[in-house]
Write a protein that binds this ligand. Sequence first.
Ligand SMILES: *Cc1c(COP(=O)(O)O)cnc(C)c1O
Length: 386
Amino acid sequence: MGDPDATGRFGRFGGRFVPETLMPACIELDAAFRDAWADPTFRAELDALLRDYAGRPSPLTECHRLSEELGVRVLLKREDLNHTGSHKINNVLGQALLTKRMGKTRLLAETGAGQHGVATATAAALMGFDCVVYMGEVDMERQKLNVFRMRLLGAEVRPASSDSRTLKDAVNEAMRDWVATVETSHYCLGSVMGPHPYPWMVRELHRVLGDEAREQCRALLGGADPDVVVACVGGGSNAAGIFSGFADTSAELVGVEPAGGAAVGGGVPGVVHGMTSFLKQDEWGQVEEAQSISAGLDYPGVGPEHAHLADIGRARYPNVTDQEVVDAFRTLTRTEGIIPALEPAHALAWVIREAPALAGRTVLINLSGRGDKDVAQIMDLLEGEG
Ligand SMILES: *Cc1c(COP(=O)(O)O)cnc(C)c1O
């Protein structure tokens, strides 16, 4: 996928809409990442971490029983097998290494469901950094286990207690802290969103999974690419990672949103968290809370590059309901012995629904994370159904 222009624009989306006080920090970060990304020593160090600590490369798994059931050849990119259980580790290890290179010693992060907070706290423990994670008060109550995990890892979890007390408020708090402590702190943002350079930088740090998947597919398919590449979309980082491996092929790119948080499907252009993108807004232009079964996809916006890919028609962004997601979660578990996180179960749910239209084609799904974290929620739900 193409790089943004000098102002961080992907077409009419993206940019850098931050207060004057944050501008120097964004500019410094842009220069530092550009420099690091062009430096073979930095790249080799990151590759070694991804291999020896995170467990890369993650495998490509062909789903024989599910394929048979659907009449679609289904392949999974197994990001669930990474250390900490999702694709998120790719991004945080890259940003942590960059933090060290910039001579900083403190990591800031926002988190919604807690997964990005846990990944950041993990990287901070590995590198010996201080770590502060902002989390909405409401989310802290809902995700107690992840709050405890972050504290075990040595991070301080600070409640964001303004407004709706959820993810979007945690992002604002983290940015506020960054302005005040930029000499020592790096803001480790968790998805392909926010002001430039984040959407571009985070995509580049996840590109590794797309590049691996492309090679693995070609080895398996005798040099061919899959017909369709599918990923779930919250902010859009795992989708950006896998799309970047296939953007220059003829594969169709599909990003699946939750019906209750369809920023591309149901949003309008607006500015939030330092970028222009599609946003869920109410009739007064207030940012609307996203609502889905999967806390990890409850982000009311979407990364600007996805807005652009939708705009130019290179990717499309359908959505699925919570019920379809639960069914997909159970189907993969039963047919393949793989319990997916509820987030990638969205991608799977779309493939299952569209199976008649996809008959005979090869579909690659990014299995962005494992479902252990979601099993208790599914148990409550199914027991509630009796
Ligand atoms: C956080 C998370 C997501 C959503 O984030 P994106 O930036 O849209 O990738 C998806 N899947 C898993 C497993 C996650 O933990």
